[in-house]
Every structure is written in C-alpha cells, then in structure tokens.
Design a protein around this ligand. Sequence first.
Ligand SMILES: Nc1ncnc2c1ncn2[C@@H]1O[C@H](COP(=O)(O)OP(=O)(O)OP(=O)(O)O)[C@@H](O)[C@H]1O
Length: 242
Amino acid sequence: MSMVEKDIIEIKQIKKSYGNKIVLKNISFSVQKGSIHGFIGPNGAGKTTTLNCLMGGVKPNSGGIYLAGQKIGENELVNQKIGFMTEQAKFTEDLKVEDFIYLTGNLRNLPAQKVEARLRQSDLNNHRFKKCGELSTGWKKILLYFVSVMHDPDILVLDEPTSGLDPSYRGILLSQLEQVRERGGTVLISSHILSDLQKLVDSATLIDKGKIVYTGKKPTDIEEMYNKLVLKDKIKAKSGQT
Ligand SMILES: Nc1ncnc2c1ncn2[C@@H]1O[C@H](COP(=O)(O)OP(=O)(O)OP(=O)(O)O)[C@@H](O)[C@H]1O
C-alpha cells in the first residue's frame, strides 16, 4: 500500500490567525485509512478550527490538507465521500426534522426512498414531525449524526459528538463508529471524554495552544498523557513557575 492510500487524511503545516491572534501555529498530523483517530485538547486549543479547515469552512493562512492524496482546493465544497458532524447550523431551527433530513439527502443525491428507509430504521422517526429547534441536545446530536452518515462516507469527521448524550446513546454512537471502521471507513473524532476515546481509538493527536504536543499510536493511558502534557503545564503557569 502506498503512503497516499495509507494516510487518507493528511494535514500539513497548517497555520491560522485571526487578526493578531495566532490560533494554529503549525499543525501537521495524519490519519490512516480504516482507523479511528482521536483529536484531543483543552478548550480553545484549536480543535474546531482545525476541523473547520478540513471541512473547507475556514481557510488556513498557509499549509495544506490532503484527502486520499488530493489537496483540498479553495472554497471547494467538501466531497461526497466525507461526512461531518459539527454544531447544528442556525437555519435548521425552524425546519421540521424530516425536512432537514430530506434536504440533506437531496444535497447528497440520495434517492428519497433510501432516505425514507433509513429514517424509518432510526429512533428519529418518532421525532420526524418536530422542528429541529424543539429537539433536546441529545436528539439534536442524534439527528446530526444521522445526516452525517446518510451517504455512507469513507471519512467521517466528528466534533464533540457525544457531549450532551446520555450514556445509552453515547454507547450506541460509539459502537456505530466501530461499525464504520469495520466496513473500512476512517473516523476523526474530537472529544473531551477521554475514557470513551481510550476504548475507541487506534491513534491520537493532542493539541494545546495551537500546537501539536503528541501525535501517533494510541497511548496506553490517554488521560495520563493529557495530564502530563497539558494539565501540568497549566498548573505551573498558574503558580508562575513557567
Ligand atoms: N472566528 C474567530 N475569530 C477570532 N478568534 C477565533 C475565531 N474562531 C476561533 N477563535 C479562537 O481560536 C481559538 C481556538 O478555538 P477553537 O474553537 O478552535 O478551539 P477548540 O479546541 O475547538 O476549543 P473547545 O474545546 O472549547 O471547542 C480560541 O481562542 C478562539 O477564541
């Protein structure tokens, strides 16, 4: 297998600033095809910004992003092979759940029959006539997951998918990600719930203050590594020892 096939997502030396504020300093990491990769870091570290660069929603100042060896172009709508699960867009609040689902299906050229069949298999079917804005945080997450995998994407990118989900749905979501891996799909997931990631991921990247502090195979103890590389630094900074 060539490197190109092996590293299905490659993020190379991404830099991003907003005004004078440097948010991403020099971000590089890659994710192997058929694996689940955890993306970890404290609040404000730059995770969402990095994932938005990958989605094409934020343009980095320099550096490049490659999917299956192909560089993502400027303003390019992310290709059909990717599924993204991020915060729900505001415009969906007044849409009925089923309308949002059909609209997304339509954007992805899915036949209405397939969309309907999928919806009926899901617990979301019981909420289909509600407005998206009326759903609880947990059901919103379930809806967003549903539409992000409707087209069986090769690559699935999830930003904090499990926050706000109760343990039973968290378990269901995590096992679905394992199924994506079983069919050869690749998952990039950011989460603050380190115990979930410990079980789930094959490899991980840890980011702090816009810099990568670890990337590679899954550490034996993600929480220990996080404490060592991130928290210790913060405690030191607070007591003025840095
Ligand atoms: N559009 C923007 N304009 C200015 N600053 C921004 C913008 N978007 C993000 N930032 C800043 O960039 C930094 C990184 O934010 P980002 O949302 O990527 O972090 P994060 O790791 O996802 O954090 P969290 O875990 O809290 O979601 C933060 O300091 C944030 O305030």
